[in-house]
Design a binder for this molecule. Structure first.
Ligand code: ADP
Length: 492
């Protein structure tokens, strides 16, 4: 099977959130047994020091606003076994040379141009791919672009799979934006694109309607997005596709996230030698200038500081850390300037504090060390399509305290309130996204940590031994691809 994976992020070289981790983990797992191209833009901010570029270079033009602009398709290796295809744009607007992955006023143009370029590149090959797996709105337009002239004949046998990593981001734009990459769109495409609200179009909506199969990243989120609240306007559109829609739980790359081999840790450890976690805690305390205090548990949160992640509840725990006699470290970045300012103020307020630190940066190395050092991982998401941080935390023996929503329901099993025996539990959940909810789970966790160190140790060990790798999940995708190849294309 020849599979092309298309997305806007890839870990660790172009990472904003979990999408990047999925692209690396799923890509690497599939590359072991299939021919897989993983195509991402070659941003100027790409962290190239760990990439080994090959001499391979293809020059392919792409149509944009009535002109053909050249692009270079480069191949680069990350580590032993991850091969990437990077699209370097020579468009005068420097679409991928903005110093950041997202956040530009013309993001719609940038990613439509990316999709058109990938389409042209695929269409120049001797044979079309069997599967084009596209991720999120940034790649969603490929689902309908491949079904338009002059491409439809060439891609007749290719099947498209769209994975939605977050319904909150839909690629809202205008018809003329899409026409920059494909003028003269047929009425049925325009209908699929229009949201029904004013003149707005949604790239994700058209992607959902045109993809041959649609997945999202956990079984519980797959149910939530069919409701008014979870669907964010696209619930009816997804309901139309219910025969070709399901949730496939994300995994994590257990070779990259491995406390036994992780070179970012101060001390590596396994479930059998879990006491080595202490050395990581010492290293974190030294690095961030907080007290090393074994009488208090170390709680962490690592996330994008956006409403989805429950920023108000993170603030609440920052402010109650002393009262709860815990240490708390937050690592996150806030794209919204108002939230950023607020967290900056808090960060200054806690400068020099022995127990609380806020690090408002993107720091992959520190993230690894924090997972390795911590006892608890606090994750009060208002909604959570899958969530990878709780899976990484589990692998490093950091016990999640999380809101009962989306993928957290599928991966965190409450010590006190689950049908599973203690041996199969791994965390603490709360229902209501408010301070009472947080207290109801966090206080139970802190009490267990304090009063029953042996049981806590057992909980950490069983969390570490659970398998959240991509192995079975990549197989689920491979099976889906095989089924797709025997199906007709989606009828819109
Ligand atoms: P989302 O995709 O919604 O951002 P996920 O839980 O799926 O959330 O994945 C987040 C990923 O980004 C994890 O790998 C996490 O460790 C990482 N991450 C988030 N914020 C930071 C940060 N400030 N520094 C380093 N890594 C971060």
């Amino acid at each position: 099977m020849h599979i092309v994976q298309v997305a806007s992020e890839i870990a660790p070289v172009a990472k904003v959130g979990g999408l990047a981790d999925v692209m690396m983990g799923l890509g690497r797992a599939l590359q072991r047994s299939h021919s897989v191209d993983i195509v991402v833009p070659k941003y100027d901010c790409l962290e190239t020091q760990d990439l080994a570029f090959t001499s391979h270079k293809e020059q392919v033009g792409a149509f944009f606003e009535g002109e053909i602009c050249q692009n270079s398709f480069l191949k680069a290796k990350f580590g032993e076994d991850l091969l990437l295809t990077l699209v370097q744009s020579q468009h005068p607007r420097g679409f991928f040379d903005r110093g950041s992955i997202y956040g530009c006023v013309d993001d719609i143009d940038r990613f439509l141009y990316f999709c058109r370029s990938v389409l042209e590149w695929m269409s120049k090959k001797e044979t079309p791919p069997d599967i084009i797996h596209i991720h999120d709105w940034q790649a969603a337009s490929l689902a309908f672009l491949v079904r338009q002239p002059p491409f439809e004949r060439y891609f007749e046998k290719s099947r498209t799979v769209l994975t939605i990593h977050n319904m909150a981001y839909q690629g809202i734009c205008q018809q003329h934006d899409v026409e920059k990459v494909m003028p003269g769109l047929k009425d049925e495409v325009l209908e699929a694109l229009h949201t029904g609200f004013g003149r707005d179009c949604s790239l994700l909506k058209a992607g959902i309607l045109y993809a041959d199969f649609v997945t999202t990243v956990s079984p519980t989120y797959a149910k939530e997005v069919l409701t008014h609240e979870g669907g964010r306007g696209l619930e009816h559109c997804l309901a139309r596709r219910k025969e070709s829609f399901c949730g496939v739980l994300n995994g994590i790359d257990t070779a990259y996230w491995d406390p036994e081999t992780d070179s970012f840790l101060a001390a590596r450890y396994s479930a059998a030698h879990i006491s080595n976690k202490k050395k990581n805690r010492q290293a974190v305390c030294q690095q961030l200038g907080i007290a090393y205090d074994e009488t208090k548990p170390l709680v962490i949160s690592i996330c994008r500081l956006v409403q989805q992640k429950g920023v108000d509840l993170i603030k609440y725990v920052v402010m109650s850390a002393h009262k709860k006699q815990m240490q708390y470290i937050v690592l996150g970045t806030a794209p919204d300037p108002v939230v950023h300012e607020e967290f900056m103020r808090m960060s200054h307020h806690f400068e020099g504090d022995p127990d609380v630190r806020l690090v408002l940066q993107q720091q992959e190395t520190l993230a690894h060390l924090l997972y390795g050092a911590s006892d608890l991982f606090f994750m009060p998401s208002l909604f959570e399509p899958c969530g990878l941080t709780q899976l990484i935390a589990l692998r490093y023996g950091s016990i999640p305290v999380a809101r009962r929503t989306g993928g957290l329901v599928d991966t965190v099993f409450d010590v006190d309130f689950s049908e599973k025996p203690f041996e199969e539990t791994n965390g603490f959940l709360f229902d209501d996204p408010d301070t009472h909810g947080v207290d109801s789970a966090l206080d139970r966790a802190l009490a267990l940590w304090r009063s029953q160190p042996e049981r806590w140790r057992q909980l950490m060990q069983q969390a570490m031994s659970q398998d959240w790798s991509w192995n079975s999940q990549a197989n689920a995708y491979a099976t889906l691809y095989e089924q797709m190849m025997n199906h007709e294309t989606a009828q819109v």
